[in-house]
Design a protein around this ligand. Structure first.
Ligand SMILES: [Fe+2]
Length: 158
């Protein structure tokens, strides 16, 4: 199966340097989307409605980010990987506990997972900033959106 096509954009070395940062980002974002839905379904407590609905907004944003990152990999003529077994093996995110979860705990768990993803993406972004400003800018936008949601989630727990 062919996983790399000829790219008009960069040579092989540059392409792989960029994709090395994008592919783990894709795994993290897919895993984050799954964790968000788990929390959305399992949240209980007085702030159920606010947290439940907010998590769905974040989920929708994350799905857009997943698509943006995957399609940037395709644009660079490399095959993106996003199947469940690959995500399980490679995502750098800890799952959340099984069962129903109190709203305050959900906020703690989700701010932790979202800040891990933002931190990871910031590190990866820094590595490719000099190689490809377009991909770095794309990751900037992903982090910008996630950090904004992180703020709105965090303040609900205060
Ligand atoms: Fe729902």
């Amino acid at each position: 199966m062919k996983t790399v096509n000829k790219s008009e954009i960069f040579d092989e070395k540059k392409t792989s340097a960029i994709v090395e940062e994008l592919q783990p980002t894709l795994f993290d974002l897919i895993a984050l989307g799954l964790i968000i839905k788990q929390a959305h379904w399992n949240v209980v407590g007085p702030n159920f409605r606010a947290v439940h609905l907010h998590l769905d907004e974040i989920w929708a944003l994350v799905q857009e980010d997943v698509d943006t990152v995957a399609e940037r990999i395709s644009t660079l003529a490399v095959s993106p990987s996003g199947q469940a077994h690959e995500v399980t093996d490679n995502a750098q995110l800890t799952h959340i506990p099984l069962g129903f979860l109190r709203d305050a705990e959900v906020i703690d768990l989700m701010t932790d997972r979202m800040s891990t993803v933002c931190h990871n993406i910031r590190e990866r972004m820094a590595k490719i900033e000099d190689t490809d400003t377009v991909t770095a800018d794309l990751l900037h936008q992903v982090v910008d959106g996630l950090e904004k949601q992180l703020w709105m989630l965090r303040v609900q727990g205060m």
